[in-house]
Design a protein around this ligand. Structure first.
Ligand code: NAD
Ligand code: UGA
Length: 446
């Protein structure tokens, strides 16, 4: 198929590259000229494992990037909207969605033939039918369901695993105002074998996306609340508690050959320094705000957010336990991105933790395998020393604070074995063996 993708961020670029790899002809559109030029040179503006290789293979062959949305709509039969949907402090900010819909509508005015517009961005229930569709009709002067179709195709990729997730999705959710709108989207995914396709209306598709993210956020805050109780009780470690919970038959299946299978969901049932990123925090906030607007207070999800906000303070408290003052204390920060395998710093727990440490006068060395440049931008003008290796970051540290679950941080026991005096290690992800350090602190442990 000939497809245009509006927005070339994490979702738009990965979608464009992967659809091209699956044989579609894709034109991706962005308002950011620099991004477009970079993509056309075969260089992804974001770090995502495997993305550069696929981009290089497809660019100029089945994929091109442009700022000219009019032209892109003209030469394609289906458009996916993948622009950002941030939270503006009070509700979901639909500015980019509206602007993309207006631009597509304007282009449709002069385009001959049927076109399908599907929203891939995460939008609160009702947005596709009650915001995007009317804008398309007004700007095009055409009729939805007659001259063009409207659909909703939420994206479930996880950053850091984005290419793999897109190429091998666990489910494809397709909303649409009619069968033609659904069929055209389904045709996009014909070459994705063995995947369950869920066909539904647009509002349900929108809600499935929020329900999925809200559940993950709830499990994390549930684990953190229990972890905080364990820490206060003393003599109970949340890791042991969760190991017991994970062993239940609800979470661990015993296979006929005797092996055990533990589903991925258990990774969200563990205590840590809280969830960040460009999706879980903003999506839960948007859903809570949306519920509030229609007089349905979201008590549970409100609590999920409150617990999460306090979690980074817990990390700081664990450091403070060991020093009368943090003034000039050498602190190594391990991990800056909101999760491993990405350079995305959006809403990373590292940001408030570092800001508080700076306020308290600590001297900071920081290291992330890929996100140092992004963090340097955020913290420009501060005296943080960004290090090129884990070894350099921990050298001479009095406190080591682990924030992101990068695999290479498992080398820490070896690296610190000969350090004198031994630094206090604050494990914000509970990923290290607490017995491997002379001075260990972890969330959910006292
Ligand atoms: P992003 O901020 O990385 O990218 C958005 C892009 O859209 C930017 O490059 C911006 O310049 C461009 N843009 C804005 N207005 C435009 C317009 N009118 N025309 C063309 N381009 C325009 O955002 P993202 O992280 O890719 O997220 C996009 C959407 O997908 C959001 O709704 C998000 O919630 C959802 N989502 C994101 C992820 C993820 O892991 N990042 C996963 C699933 C769903
Ligand atoms: C999340 C979902 O996992 C994806 O399914 C979804 O498509 C995506 O949001 C989205 O809508 O954008 P993502 O935010 O990229 O993906 O990454 P996650 O691995 O879910 O991590 C989110 C945050 O939760 C990270 O800060 C991570 O460190 C934290 N987390 C994760 C925990 O604190 N504890 C855990 O047990 C797991």
């Amino acid at each position: 198929m000939n497809v245009s993708v509006i927005g070339t961020g994490y979702v738009g670029l990965v979608t464009s590259v992967c659809l091209a790899e699956r044989g579609h002809r894709v034109v991706c559109v962005d308002v950011d000229q620099a991004k477009v030029e970079q993509i056309n040179r075969g260089l992804p503006p974001i770090y995502e494992r495997g993305l550069e290789e696929l981009l290089r293979r497809n660019i100029g062959v089945r994929l091109e990037a442009t700022t000219d949305i009019h032209n892109a709509i003209g030469q394609t039969e289906l458009s996916l909207i993948a622009v950002g949907t941030p939270f503006d402090g009070r509700r979901i900010d639909l500015t980019y969605i509206k602007s993309a819909a207006e631009q597509i509508g304007t282009a449709l005015r002069t385009k001959a033939g049927y076109h399908l517009v599907a929203v891939k961005s995460t939008v609160v229930p009702g947005t596709t039918d009650h915001v995007v569709l009317p804008l398309l009709e007004t700007m095009s002067g055409k009729k939805a369901g007659v001259d063009f179709g409207v659909g909703m195709n939420p994206e479930f990729l996880t950053e850091g695993e984005a290419v793999e997730d897109f190429m091998h999705p666990d489910r494809i959710v397709i909303g649409g105002i009619d069968k033609v709108s659904q069929d055209l989207q389904a045709a996009l995914y014909e070459d994705f074998p063995d995947v369950q396709i869920i066909r539904t209306n647009n509002k349900t598709a929108e809600m499935i996306k929020y329900a999925s993210n809200a559940l993950l956020a709830t499990l994390i805050s549930f684990s953190n609340e229990l972890g905080n109780l364990c820490a206060a009780l003393g003599g109970v470690d949340i890791v042991d508690v969760m190991t017991g919970v994970h062993s239940s038959r609800y979470f661990t299946m015993r296979l006929p050959n005797g092996d055990c299978y533990t589903p991925l969901i258990t990774s969200f049932l563990g205590a840590g320094c809280g969830f960040g990123g460009s999706c879980l925090p903003k999506d839960v906030k948007a859903l809570v705000a949306h519920g509030g607007q229609i007089d349905v207070p979201m008590h549970l999800l409100n609590a999920v957010l409150q617990i999460n906000e306090r979690q980074t303070v817990r990390v700081l408290d664990l450091v403070k336990k060991h020093f009368p003052s943090l003034h000039r204390v050498q602190v190594a920060i391990l991990g800056l991105a909101f999760r491993p395998d990405t350079n995305d710093m959006r809403e990373s727990p590292a940001i408030p933790i570092i800001q508080s440490l700076l306020q308290e006068g600590a001297s900071i060395r920081a290291y992330d395998p890929v996100a140092n440049p992004e963090a340097e931008n955020i913290f420009s003008g501060t005296e943080i020393r960004f290090c090129g290796s884990l070894r350099e970051a921990v050298e001479g540290a009095q406190a080591v604070v682990l924030i992101t679950r990068w695999e290479e941080f498992k080398q820490l026991p070896d690296l610190l074995a000969d350090a004198t005096p031994q630094p206090v290690v604050v494990d914000g992800r509970r990923m290290l063996d607490k017995h491997a350090f002379a001075r260990y602190e972890g969330i959910g442990l006292s």
